[in-house]
Design a protein around this ligand. Structure first.
Ligand SMILES: [Zn+2]
Length: 178
């Protein structure tokens, strides 16, 4: 289980999501928490990362806002101080990743549908990129610079999007085993 989650944290789309919700250090913070295999303090994480504790706290608070991490609070009977130990809520992390990936899947397949259903024309200077119907209205001339609009070859873009869809399918099957 832990290995799978660590593996997931190596995947760009997963990293992007974690970084989006938790900030730049969020992936590293989560790796340390997973590798520790037990709840850890913010000082422990900060020590391994070589950053200030406040920086780690900010990341943890952001992840906590999304429900991805949580903490235990214990009072030291001698000093009266509280110690917070943090852990990852794996079920919630999985749910959040599934939601995010599903959203990306929808976006990518919508884009792929568009590219497959329409012809696109663009200005060689990059001013405009429009569908055939609009290009007709423009008389196949860029409305900004007047240069002739040329048909765009979208095969490479489609190939990119197909790759992303297969990555998404991969991540989804990995998530099933987490
Ligand atoms: Zn132009």
């Amino acid at each position: 289980m832990v290995d799978n989650l660590l593996g997931l944290l190596e995947i760009d789309m997963v990293k992007n999501y974690i970084t989006r919700v938790g900030g730049d250090l969020a992936v590293d913070v989560m790796k340390i928490m997973l590798e520790a295999g037990e709840p850890v303090t913010d000082e422990y994480i900060a020590g391994l990362l070589g950053v200030k504790v406040t920086v780690v706290r900010t990341v943890l608070n952001r992840l906590h806002f999304w429900g991805i991490v949580d903490y235990h609070r214990e009072k030291d009977p001698d000093t009266g101080w509280y110690t917070y130990t943090w852990f990852i809520r794996k079920g919630r992390l999985k749910e959040a990743l599934i939601e995010d990936i599903e959203e990306q899947r929808r976006e990518v397949s919508q884009k792929l549908d568009e590219l497959s259903s329409y012809m696109f024309f663009s200005c060689p200077e990059g001013h405009e990129r429009v569908v055939f119907e609009v290009a007709v209205e423009y008389n196949f001339q860029c409305p900004i610079c007047g240069k002739p609009l040329v048909e765009v070859n979208v095969e490479e873009e489609k190939e990119e999007l197909r790759k992303r869809l297969s990555q998404i399918a991969n991540i989804r099957s990995l998530l099933k085993d987490v």
